[in-house]
Design a protein around this ligand. Structure first.
Ligand SMILES: NC(=O)c1ccc[n+]([C@@H]2O[C@H](COP(=O)([O-])OP(=O)(O)OC[C@H]3O[C@@H](n4cnc5c(N)ncnc54)[C@H](O)[C@@H]3O)[C@@H](O)[C@H]2O)c1
Length: 576
């Protein structure tokens, strides 16, 4: 039903109709290095006018407001977004603020230019897409390669099939510059540090992290999110790739004196098996060979692109077409920026035109989400030391991020830890069972995980539809059993205290008592099925009344002789 209130709310979000000479009034949120670079173009554009600055640091507020001719400012973005004179905002804050600022700006009826990487976490993508689409805003993500004419031409060439089938894409962003050997001088009184932190847990002001936030996991994501995002977006855009199915990555800190948390030298491989493409990204800050470039490698030829040129090389043995190039940028190959093409100006112009026409900009939120997500997948692989699979492909989402016990509650401190991408439960002969439980509860679901018992000894299990029991350290609920005499059985822990369903011996033929095994636990209504290594061990129907149909999940180490149990690749799909 359309109420007066909802009518008013939607009317408030209606875009302003611009007359030919009207200027789009823009506010800057996050007025640091990047915003000031973009502002140099914006202040020269007759169709735009910067009318306000929002930042949390006095130094950048002063510089940016001077650049815009002395406009007013704020340190508080919700207050800033209430300004009626703003048609649009340009967001160039650190990455951990992008999606919140985008969401708030869209809800306030502003069109948005938001810097890459659009998201800081894989999980933020849906919120970002929703913000744009629900409020019908024009959003341009700062992936300016899409507006560069030579890259648009290169896109046409590749899509015409000239390279044959493209199997491989090689991406680099190499630099050899001192990035962070000194501690910046910043007067803490000039910074609203809690606002800079946002949702990041409180911590003392650190000028190094404040100025080098890119290289700290709380605020940025290192070279994959900072640099790879640009080129992987070009690969997605040209080859119509959606997202990688899998990533593997390695990284090292070759310059530990820089204090970065993220590696300064990192490489990753991304697989797109549906389209038969592999992408390979390498990045270092200790050698600038190849600098910033992307190469599309087809069976008829290779197309090299940097931010100033492309070169079309036929395969030497085939010579299917003559060498061809388009050079717009004067300067060394692979430079970060060229005067020509002025990607910043062209990309801003595309955004301003889209605001007037209400047609999507060239790099909308969906494109920003998928390129940032590819970088997040690479970071998950990097930080877990394991290959990372795209989470949503089969509807399963990870319950364990491979690096921390985030989302889990420890029963006894010190018994549970994370090692090499797995959860480790180590029990040194304690007299009680111990559990690592999820913070939230699940009703009907499918849970997949891998487990192993060190030396195949002892017992353990996976609890589900569980609740706290009356005795300390105990939980009650179903248990998918692991270990001697109970492999693949369904047990009722601390409640009926008995095996509810035995596993048939023949179903355990592929069991590896000393190695990794796959568990699939499915709980739907009264029916519970367990599969060990793909073989059904339990198909059980609950007939007793009063048994809880939902509850938390938990991993167990069993009392008795000291054991070590490992869990990894824990993924869940909720069933409705
Ligand atoms: N598209 C490109 O080629 C390109 C190039 C450089 C940077 N970037 C992106 O631009 C963004 C900014 O990078 P930068 O180099 O300008 O960083 P920066 O540190 O120089 O600037 C960030 C600014 O945001 C401010 N800020 C922090 N929290 C804020 C908040 N809650 N509200 C308002 N302001 C806040 C900081 O005080 C700072 O002035 C990053 O996401 C980066 O990836 C994109």
């Amino acid at each position: 039903m359309v109420t007066r209130r909802s009518l008013f709310a939607s009317a408030a979000l209606l875009p302003r109709a611009f007359a030919a000479n009207d200027r789009i009034q823009i506010g800057i949120i996050g007025a640091g290095g990047r915003a000031q670079h973009l502002m140099k173009s914006l202040v020269r554009m007759p169709s735009a006018k910067i009318v306000g600055i929002c930042d949390v640091w006095d130094a950048n507020i002063e510089k940016a407001s001077q650049m815009a001719g002395g406009v007013s400012s704020s340190k508080n973005h919700p207050e800033f977004l209430q300004r009626k004179d703003l048609d649009a905002v340009l967001i160039a804050s650190p990455d951990h603020w992008h999606v919140q600022l985008l969401t708030d700006a869209c809800a306030a009826g502003k069109d948005v230019y938001v810097e890459k990487p659009l998201t800081h976490e894989l999980s933020e993508g849906a919120q970002a897409i929703d913000a744009q689409n629900k409020h019908r805003r024009i959003v341009q993500v700062g992936m300016q390669q899409r507006s560069m004419p030579h890259i648009q031409k290169a896109r046409e060439i590749i899509r015409s099939g000239k390279l044959g089938k493209v199997y491989k894409v090689h991406l680099t962003w190499n630099r050899n510059t001192n990035r962070g050997g000194t501690i910046p001088q910043v007067d803490p009184k000039t910074v609203d540090w809690p606002r800079f932190l946002g949702h990041v847990p409180d911590q003392p002001f650190d000028p190094y992290q404040f100025r080098n936030w890119r290289w700290f996991w709380n605020f940025g994501g290192g070279t994959f999110t900072d640099l790879m995002v640009h080129w992987i977006d070009v690969a997605h855009w040209i080859l119509d790739l959606d997202h990688p199915e899998e990533a593997v990555a390695i990284g090292d800190s070759m310059r530990p004196e820089w204090r970065w948390q993220t590696p300064d030298t990192a490489q990753c491989l991304l697989r797109y098996p549906k389209q038969g493409v592999q992408a390979y990204f390498e990045s270092t800050f200790v050698n600038a060979r190849n600098a910033a470039m992307i190469e599309f490698m087809g069976d008829e030829g290779t197309l090299y692109i940097d931010r100033g040129r492309y070169e079309l090389h036929p395969e030497p043995a085939k010579k299917s077409f003559p060498y061809e190039e388009m050079i717009l940028g004067a300067g060394p190959r692979g430079a970060d920026f060229y005067e020509r093409p002025d990607g910043e100006r062209l990309h801003l112009r595309n955004w301003l035109d889209a605001i007037r026409s209400r047609k999507p900009a060239v790099a909308p939120v969906e494109a920003g989400v998928v390129s940032a997500s590819s970088a997040h997948l690479a970071n998950i692989a990097l930080r877990s030391g394991q290959s990372a699979k795209w989470p949503d492909e089969d509807g399963f989402v990870p319950l364990f991020d491979g690096i921390s016990l985030q989302g889990w509650e420890v029963d006894t401190q010190g018994l549970w830890s994370v090692r090499h991408g797995m959860i480790v439960g180590k029990h040194d002969g304690l007299k009680y069972n111990d559990f690592l439980r999820t913070k939230r509860s699940y009703g009907d679901f499918e849970l997949r995980l891998q487990f192993r018992l060190l030396n195949g000894a002892g017992n353990s299990g996976v609890q589900f539809r569980s609740e706290p029991a009356s005795i300390a350290h105990e939980v009650s609920g179903y248990q998918a059993d692991v270990g001697q005499q109970y492999w693949g059985c369904l047990y009722d822990e601390s409640r009926r205290k008995r095996v509810l369903a035995q596993s048939p011996v023949e179903a355990l033929r592929d069991l590896d008592k000393n190695g990794w095994n796959d568990y699939l636990i499915r709980a739907q209504g009264p029916r519970i099925t367990l599969q060990l290594n793909g073989k059904t061990t339990v198909d059980y129907e609950e007939k007793e009344p009063g048994i809880a149909p939902s509850g938390f999940l938990a991993l167990q180490v069993h009392s008795g002789p000291g054991i070590e149990v490992h869990f990894r690749n824990i993924r869940i799909r909720e069933l409705r």
